[in-house]
Write a protein that binds this ligand. Sequence first.
Ligand code: NAD
Length: 437
Amino acid sequence: MSNTNLLDFSPSAFVKFLKENNIKRFYFIYLPDEKRVVASHKVLGPIADFITSDKRDFDTHEGMFFSLLAEYDTILGAFVHRTNRGQAAGGVRYWSYKTMEDYFRDGMRLGKGMTQKNALAGLWWGGGKGVIAHNPDVDKYDPEIREIIYSEYGKFMTSLAGCYVTAEDVGTNVEDMQNIFSQTRFTTCIPDFLGGSGNPSVPTAKGVVSGMEAALEFRGMGSLESKTIAVQGMGNVGAPLIRFLFEKGVKKIIACDVNEQNVNKLTDEFPEKLEASLVEIDDKSIFSADCDILAPCATGAILNPETIGMLKAKIICGAANNQLEDTFRDDKLIFEKGITYVPDFLTNRMGIVNCANEQYGYIKNDPAIEQHFNPEWEYSIYKMAMEILTNSKTKNIPPAVAASQKADELSRIDHPVMGHRGEMIIKSLMEQGWEKM
Ligand code: NAD
């Protein structure tokens, strides 16, 4: 079996292959001394070799672990990127993939993204991501099936002994998190009625405001007062963002959504200053809105050469994850157009920040949360945005590149108490023969 074949397999075909080879658990672990990735099973060696040689998404990820949920022919995965700052933290998504290459690439990319987000936020967490590959023959919405899948994911977390701590993400909901939590302590984002931190959308919106204020200051454009802002998406983050912006005295907000209810609700609240429209999913008019700042708060991959070409905004700062369709191409394009882009993984950090320290308990107006909005704090959104935008200008590199460089530097600092423990956990799992347990 050549590596190309295995990577071209659909997840369902790959599951069949695993069953034929009697594999229930497998891993790919990076050996720093040998500078290569090893597989738990010889037959998976070609995938390990492919990962070792990949330059696009592989970035010496410390370990990637997988378990087969035979009942539903579903692959449960955990992509641990870097654990110097602490356990790898990041959400688990339930998503469909055409090929195993797409699956491995997405997991690696997302895991690294979490390392960057957590490091820039000054959290004592490493970065990682969970990905459950959806089997198209399984009803994604059946609550009983979901209960089994997510409970199994919880057991999978326990088996990993804490090198990865999971959380909520796209395709995963509050009940799913409760099911994970029923089987493991290695999760955050548990429901508030079980002692979790609750919905992070309001702090996320507040974080976007901080990012906007930094970008305005950076450009010498003053404060938010009297500015015009365009907001794409009036959902859990977009709606409180609009409220915060009006509190800050903006002149006008141009907003859009594909959901009529969300449009009507906000229009009723701000009948005079909000210009909200109901749009089709592929409508692009918001990108040519006459405004100072564009805030993408709907879906990802919306900034590409076409939409960037339409922009009149001087600043882009929003909550949506992965706003750039192609990180390097579009970051550069925006930079060359003289538009200030505040990288999404810097501004939308409050989702993970909100649940990151659940184990330390809660305080009203929690200083551990509030410091992220304090322009004086070293790791605050404002301060970090200023530092990154300044580096971008002085080094003449686009801001997402400047942010990645800073994040990379921070992510290599060892946890002040526990050191680089995640790596030790991974080594220990390997020595114990985790794949056979
Ligand atoms: P949401 O689903 O509540 O809101 C998104 C809104 O965008 C919805 O109202 C939807 O109808 C609308 N929408 C979808 N496609 C659209 C389109 N083409 N044009 C206009 N509107 C469109 O999600 P949310 O929690 O508000 O999150 C928004 C974004 O921010 C997502 O990308 C999410 O991953 C990211 N994010 C959210 C949080 C958080 O705390 N909720 C944290 C980090 C990142």
